[in-house]
Design a binder for this molecule. Structure first.
Ligand SMILES: NC(=O)c1ccc[n+]([C@@H]2O[C@H](COP(=O)([O-])OP(=O)(O)OC[C@H]3O[C@@H](n4cnc5c(N)ncnc54)[C@H](O)[C@@H]3O)[C@@H](O)[C@H]2O)c1
Length: 276
C-alpha cells in the first residue's frame, strides 16, 4: 500500500532529501515551505519518480493556512501515514544581547509551528487509530550549547511537547518519534549568522565558537546520509522515540548519559574550543 507522508520545510536541506528518498521508494509526498523556487525544482524531481505530490508555498506561522493545507491533503490523499515537522530556523548570539522579538519569532516558527502542524493532522489519525508524528528536534534540545540559548530552548520545547503529547495520542494508535541531529551540512547554520559586534564582551568567544562550528560543518554528515536515517524512522512500524542521525549527537548523548555534567561540559567546551 502506498505510504502518504507530509513534510514541512521540504524545499531544502534534510526535508528535501528525505522527500526525495521517500519518493524513490514510491511514497506520496505533501508539504509546504516559504521557498517557492525550491518547491518548484523539488516538484520536477518528484515527477521523475512518478509519485503523487502536493507542494504548496506556505509559512508555518500562517495557522489558517496550515489547516487549509491539511484539508487539501486529506481531500487528495484520503489520509496520511506520517507527518514530519521539519521546519526550523537557527538562532545564534550571546544571551545577554538577544533581541527578544526575534526570539519570539523563533519560538513561533520552531515550536508553535510544529504544534500547529501536529494539531492539524491528529484528528484524522485518531479517527483512523493509526499514524505517526515525527518531529525534527536537535542535539541541543537535550544538551545545550553556548550562544544557542534561544535556538536550544526552542528545541527543548519541541522535545518536551512531543514527549508529553506522546502519552495522550499513543492510546489512539498514533506513534511519536524525535529526530535529534547535531550537525548536518545543510545551509542551515549560515542562516543564523548575525554576528555579535566586535565591542561585545562575548565577541572573542563567540567568534571562536563560530570558527569551530564552520570547521565542523565542513566535516559534518551530509543531508543525504541524515535523510536515509530519517526516512527509515518515517517508514518504521515501531520507531524509537529518540533517533540520532550523525556521530556527533550519538557521542554527546553517550557522554551525557555516562559522565557527570561538569565533565560533559568540559568536553563540550573543549570540543567547541571555547574553554578559557
Ligand atoms: N543542519 C543541522 O546541522 C541541524 C542540526 C540540528 C537540527 N536541525 C533541524 O533540522 C531541521 C531541518 O534543518 P535543515 O538543516 O535541513 O535546514 P534548512 O534551512 O536547509 O531547511 C529548512 C527548510 O525550512 C524552510 N522554512 C524556514 N522557515 C519556514 C517557515 N516559517 N515556514 C515554512 N518553511 C520554512 C526553509 O525554507 C527550508 O527549506 C530544522 O528543524 C533544524 O532546526 C538541523
Amino acid at each position: 500500500m502506498t505510504q502518504r507522508v507530509v513534510i514541512s520545510g521540504l524545499a531544502d536541506g534534510m526535508g528535501r532529501q528525505t522527500a526525495l528518498l521517500l519518493a524513490a521508494k514510491g511514497v506520496s509526498i505533501a508539504g509546504f515551505d516559504v521557498d517557492e523556487a525550491g518547491l518548484k525544482t523539488l516538484a520536477d524531481e518528484l515527477d521523475t519518480y512518478g509519485v503523487e505530490h502536493h507542494l504548496v508555498p506556505l509559512d508555518i506561522t500562517d495557522r489558517a493556512g496550515v489547516r487549509a493545507f491539511r484539508d487539501d491533503v486529506l481531500a487528495r490523499f484520503g489520509y496520511v501515514d506520517t507527518v514530519m515537522s521539519n521546519v526550523g530556523i537557527p538562532f545564534f548570539g550571546p544571551f545577554e544581547e538577544v533581541d527578544l522579538e526575534r526570539a519570539l519569532k523563533a519560538f513561533e516558527i520552531n515550536v508553535i509551528g510544529a504544534a500547529a502542524l501536529f494539531q492539524a493532522f491528529i484528528p484524522g489519525m485518531r479517527e483512523r487509530r493509526q499514524g505517526k508524528l515525527v518531529a525534527v528536534a536537535s542535539l541541543v534540545g537535550r544538551i545545550p550549547f553556548p550562544f544557542e540559548s534561544i535556538y536550544s530552548s526552542t528545541k527543548f520545547a519541541v522535545e518536551g511537547m512531543v514527549q508529553s503529547l506522546k502519552f495522550e495520542v499513543e492510546p489512539f494508535g498514533i506513534k511519536v518519534a524525535l529526530i535529534e541531529p547535531a550537525q548536518v551540512s545543510t545551509g542551515f547554520a549560515k542562516k543564523a549568522l548575525k554576528l555579535p559586534e566586535p565591542t561585545s564582551p562575548y565577541y572573542e568567544r563567540a567568534m571562536r565558537f563560530i570558527e569551530r562550528d564552520n570547521e565542523l560543518v565542513e566535516q559534518a554528515t551530509t543531508p543525504a546520509v541524515a535523510a536515509a536515517k530519517i526516512a527509515a524512522v518515517v517508514l518504521s512500524d515501531k520507531p524509537a522515540l529518540f533517533n540520532q542521525v550523525d556521530r556527533m549527537s550519538t557521542l554527546f548523548f553517550f557522554l551525557n548519559q555516562h559522565l557527570p555534567t561538569r565533565v560533559r561540559d568540559a568536553i563540550l567546551l573543549n570540543h567547541m574550543r571555547i574553554r578559557d
